[in-house]
Design a protein. Structure first.
Length: 93
């Protein structure tokens, strides 16, 4: 299993989790509440936890190429869900 993670400073991390899970919930299995989210995408899994001023994200995939794509997809969607707030996302493997 390939794993990548990021700690992302955010004004309202719970809102990001809720928006992202609702968005993906139309096509993928999701579970979430205001503190955590779990999304099962075809290319891997996205686990999120809200902390004070920070969103913790862990990505899991079965191969490196899928993990790289998952990083791109999740980062792009998080930026869109954040609206005007600019997020700095640096993945660590």
């Amino acid at each position: 299993m390939q794993v990548s993670s990021a700690q992302i400073k955010a004004d309202n991390p719970s809102r990001l989790i809720l928006r992202l899970c609702k968005h993906w919930g139309h096509k993928s299995p999701v579970s979430y509440d205001e503190h955590q989210g779990d999304v099962q995408l075809s290319i891997g899994r996205c686990l999120m936890q809200a902390q004070d001023g920070e969103l913790s994200v862990r990505l899991e995939s079965d191969d490196a190429e899928k993990l790289q794509r998952l990083e791109e997809v999740v980062a792009d969607h998080l930026q869109r869900m954040a609206g005007a707030e600019a997020l700095s996302i640096e993945w660590r493997r």
